[in-house]
Design a protein around this ligand. Sequence first.
Ligand SMILES: [Zn+2]
Length: 637
Amino acid sequence: GYREEGNMSKGSFVSSILLKELKDMWMKRLKFLFVCLFFFSVKALPVYLQKTEGKTLVFTKVRVFDGKQILDANTVVVQNGKILSIGKDLKAPENAQIIDGNGYTLLPGFIDSHTHVFGSALKDALIFGVTTELDMFMDVRQMAQIKNQQKQGGTMDQADLFSAGTLVTAPGGHGTEYGLKIPTITSPDQAQDFVDARIAEGSDYIKIVYDDGQAYGLNFPTIDKATLKAVIKAAHKRNKLAVVHIGSYQGARDAIEAGADGLAHLFTDRPPDADFGKFVAQHGAFVIPTLTVLQSVLGIKTGAPLLEDSELLPYISLNNRGNLKRAILQNPKPETYQKVVVATIKQLKEAGVTILAGTDAPNPGTAHGVSLHRELELLVQAGLSPQEALAAATSLPAEKFHLQDRGRIAPGLRADLVLVEGDPTVDIKATRNIRGVWKSGVPVDRESYRKTIANEIAKIEKLRKAPPPTGSSSGWVSHFDGGNLKSYFGSGWMISTDAIMGGKSLAEMKVVKGGATGTSHSLLITGEIKSGLSFAWAGAMFYPGPQPMQPANLSSKKTIQFWTRGDGKTYRIMLFAQSLGMMPAIQTFVAGKSWKKYSFDLKQFNGIDGHDITGVLFCGGPRPGKFSFQIDEVKFE
Ligand SMILES: [Zn+2]
């Protein structure tokens, strides 16, 4: 039989399903009670009404994945932004727009359960079928602004946002390194006030950081276990979920023990004990493993394969392309990923723990929207069935985060829909063959988004025909031997620091006596990296274009070379190019006691070919502290 329900309470088929679900739910609740010895019920998150066009849509001859399984149905009718009915060969209402879904699969719009929203994030997400993002820490002013737009129904061109707002962390702890000024917490007695302040700001759930960084060879302050416990209790007192960011295996166990509703991330420091899966299951917690970002932390360039997919690439902005080529830490450790992360997923799955798909975009190696398709692939590679992976990005996050109006294709729910060619329940990569995205029944204009990117690329391609900068034929930038900052081409040298991003780092540059290879002068760059910003920098930047940050065509050159010496610290050379978007490509070098020559292929900078270089930065950071190094004989060759 098929389902054609106008009302969830009608029909014996529906009732029996409901009964079973109720029973399962009670069993889970009882278990939960048993373990936690207290009961709290989470309030449903707000339902945003969308302004929608009155158009009726009918998807015909289509395979329907409802968020849990493929239905025995081939027609979905959408009216006033909601699913009206689902069934087999349903008759289309008059004046309906028919969408032939032959060979295609219709899915609920995807939900990414771990992101950080700023800039174009929600727009980028929607293009790739992610109709809802669960943010895990963002600027609360921006959060308020977006939620206000949502209340007015004015966000048809971007994914919906639910957010933790400001996260809960210790002074100087993880979360304070991004340049946002945020309040922090030091003891359990502050917990309720702290949580209440977050809820007053509009947090939909509470995100807590319990991580000292040591699992990654870093070291930063974190809240203690008593504070963690108190914050979770405070969140539950207000019927809010508490999601805990962890970095280590022990951290994960502590968080579960303290009553976390969900874990953000898994650990990479050691394989779990044999009982870990059961332990999480017994406590009724869900896990958002964020496999993409765990790969990035383990030095795997997890985003790069997405750029080789011709279905995806035309829709990936230049900024996102640059970010997808990166990894958080260097030194790839694929064995650790298999032995620790994949082994943990296997345990969690066997124990019946709910796993949710989250990308942690826009961390290095990820981008909003597109990376969810990578996360789905990684979940399947780690042992989930394609159906389970799809549920992890649709029905399950809706269930766990109490989003009542979405996550399923079911009568009465929002028509947030993705139409893909092929069958992703057989081949998960079919989610990438997107043929349409609808938000509340309104089609998303993917085509103009694609055209904007294509135009941007065409403009940069045109730069290939530009003549090389006057004075650049020898390749010399500067040798400083006139005792000054003279450069042979471009608009010269300037100080660049993280002050433009809210940092406080300082730098100075001075031409000094004594250069490399017995020459008379060199450039001394000194300064101090201040505060714990993850991206902190300060140094000297050379601009090869006629104005700072204008592109110069240096495609006739293959390398950039320079000599350096200094205090023994590691420094960075960053190349900026229009094709890289806003983010530079980075290489590191050590400035030791005696002069040493470095030569980098331009290709080493994310594969650039030099036709659109806008800046070359020599800088210290991101580690805090004073620094001092010299450079000399700077040359493109
Ligand atoms: Zn995150």
